[in-house]
Design a protein around this ligand. Structure first.
Ligand SMILES: C[S@@+](CC[C@H](N)C(=O)[O-])C[C@H]1O[C@@H](n2cnc3c(N)ncnc32)[C@H](O)[C@@H]1O
Length: 390
């Protein structure tokens, strides 16, 4: 293929294989699962497409050069040779991020400062002025991955992390990350084929991500800014064209129900849902999780109960055992998924999981467990299922 470029999409541990599948479906070639990332190939459109449509990537990096070095001087010279002026001018701002492993640099900060000096010195040599550094919102962000004596220099095409979809007007104090919520929905196998219920919905992340998936709303639909929009090479017409490829549905056959015990959090959910213009699809009500029942069955229940990390609960084990009782008593015939970082509390749900996955909600290691909520005992459920499958 002409004009093949090499990219790396970053994500959380545990999501890589799903991300590789998603990128391949978007047209990426040669997707390879790496640690907390997926490498892939494609043309320039692929860079725009991955940023706009990927629900599972945190950022998309574009490889500019690979080099080897044996000392600081060589590292500096290699970065100096990178033609940053193709992407930015001396009046734009710059940030350099570095990750290092087993190399001559003692700290990533040292590598990033050396690289930043190299880019700035190149500008000073060429036009007498140098860009300034802006760590918060730079016009151009470079990423250097340094392993032993090898370095890869990337441009960060996303800017702000892609989990910032643009619909969170207000923040819940203990939110699930949008990329993790999207991955939970994919892992559950839900295909918008039954109602979705979040009985502890907080700021509404799971509900909004689910409705976006069901209606085919691109992950970046509500977001205005991407790193590449500030590059000199930005092709605005092509970018518009790629966004126009979205085939958003105007209706779905399923409903989305959210509830929470705390009215303050429901207000946050309501604001976010309104920002996403999904209020016609998602119903909210104030309710204790123990009183929630499905409007129709089967339904899929997905919840992110308090972990006791950021929201206090008196007796977490007792609370999780009540979650198990409510699922068993109120949702027979449905499937349920629970994510939590409290492994002990999760055991108190007291149901046998039919699916287990390890996910990370930011820095918190979590278990994501799925339950088939059958009526009666597990033995007869397995027997009936076997008979039905034969
Ligand atoms: C970890 S937060 C959920 C965050 C949400 N996933 C988001 O992204 O914003 C847990 C939520 O459970 C709610 N909660 C706690 N006890 C509850 C109960 N008994 N019934 C319903 N909701 C409850 C809390 O008010 C809180 O909003």
């Amino acid at each position: 293929m002409e004009n093949t470029q090499y990219y790396v999409a970053k994500t959380f541990a545990g999501i890589e294989p799903l991300l590789a599948e998603e990128l391949a479906a978007l047209g990426a070639r040669n997707c390879k699962v790496l640690s907390r990332s997926v490498s892939f190939e494609g043309d320039r459109d692929m860079l725009y497409r991955a940023n706009y449509y990927s629900r599972l990537a945190l950022r998309i990096l574009w490889l500019q050069k690979k080099f080897t070095f044996t000392n600081n001087r060589q590292f500096y010279e290699q970065v100096f040779d990178f033609p940053a002026e193709k992407f930015m001018g001396p009046d734009n701002t710059l940030a350099v991020h570095a990750t290092i492993a087993d190399t001559i640099f003692k700290t990533p900060l040292y590598a990033s400062v050396l690289a930043k000096d190299a880019v700035c010195d190149r500008f000073r040599d060429r036009c007498g002025r140098r860009p300034s550094v802006d760590k918060e919102a730079p016009d151009l962000q470079l990423h250097l991955h340094v392993y032993k004596n090898e370095a890869q220099l990337f441009l960060d095409s996303s800017g702000e992390s892609l989990h910032k979809r643009g619909y969170k007007v207000q923040n819940h104090p203990a939110p699930i990350n949008e990329v993790v919520a999207a991955a939970m929905l994919k892992l559950s196998g839900w295909k918008a084929d039954c109602d979705l219920i979040d009985p502890m919905c907080g700021g509404g992340t799971i509900l909004i991500e689910a409705a976006m998936q069901a209606l085919n709303i691109p992950a970046g639909f509500y977001r205005r800014n991407y790193g590449f929009c500030y590059w000199k090479t930005f092709d605005e017409e092509r970018w518009k064209q790629i966004r126009r490829e979205a085939r958003i549905k105007d209706d779905v056959q399923v409903d989305f129900y959210g509830s929470d015990i705390n009215p303050r959090f429901l207000e946050i959910a309501e604001t976010n849902i309104r920002k996403a213009r999904l209020e016609d699809f998602i119903s909210l009500r104030q309710k204790d999780m123990r009183q929630v029942t499905p409007a129709r069955k089967p339904a899929l229940v997905m919840m992110n109960p308090p972990y006791g990390e950021r929201l206090a609960v008196d007796d977490l084990n007792e609370f999780y055992s009540e979650i198990g009782d409510s699922l068993k008593n109120n949702f027979s015939g449905c499937r349920a998924f629970v994510i939590s970082s409290d492994m002990d509390a999760l055991k108190h749900v007291g149901l046998k999981p039919s699916m287990k996955a390890k996910l990370f909600n930011g820095p918190l290691e979590c278990r994501f467990l799925g339950y088939d909520l059958f009526a009666g005992d597990h033995k007869s459920f397995v027997k009936n299922k076997k008979n039905a499958d034969e």
